[in-house]
Ligand binder design. Sequence first.
Ligand code: URA
Length: 224
Amino acid sequence: MPSAAPRSSIASPSASERAAWPSAARWVPDDHALPALEAAVAGCRGCDLWRDATQAVFGSGPRGAEVMLVGEQPGDREDLAGEPFVGPAGALLDRALEDAGIQPDTVFRTNAVKHFRHVDKGHKRIHKTPSRWQVAQCQPWLLAELDAVRPRTVVLLGATAGQAVFGPRFTVGDHRGRALVWPEGVGPEPERVFSTVHPASVLRSRNRQEDYDAFVADLRLLSR
Ligand code: URA
């Protein structure tokens, strides 16, 4: 595993800097087998986020999983471990899946963005939501993962995941817990797509139990 030492914080790139980043498509191999994709994502330079991250964090779970869960981006713990959802949000997600009657190890988990965007504050690395531009640049990896796993159902956890598929105007509040129509021309179309909140928002909530119960109710849609 590459060194875990945090590097400098990220300044937002200017328009001319952005133009120099070509999107991830150039790094995505034609071979969409999961091991080939995982090997290639490590070298992705499709946007600027790789510079301050420890490593790219690719999706994890069984090939052919019925369900793919899409989060936002790796957090601090995931960036260090190289695995999605291994921190507190992942623990809550696992508990919620079990409470919804779904075995956590049967789902494939990934993120809309494969590198950790953060700012350094003293010794802490503080999560920073990826920009629309970074979400768009990273979309080819998500579509390649979809092609590799071909899940029956995709669950978009939070606004960033929704925006990675439906575009920058997507909000969870408008669409939560309902079957959505997959947008035409966006990669391989799953049979069903749902959106719900991100598990981290449940962790931060003042009404944690209520929000947790609503999250579990959304996930129960998966077992239908
Ligand atoms: N939050 C995410 O969206 N993804 C992770 O992998 C961890 C936390």
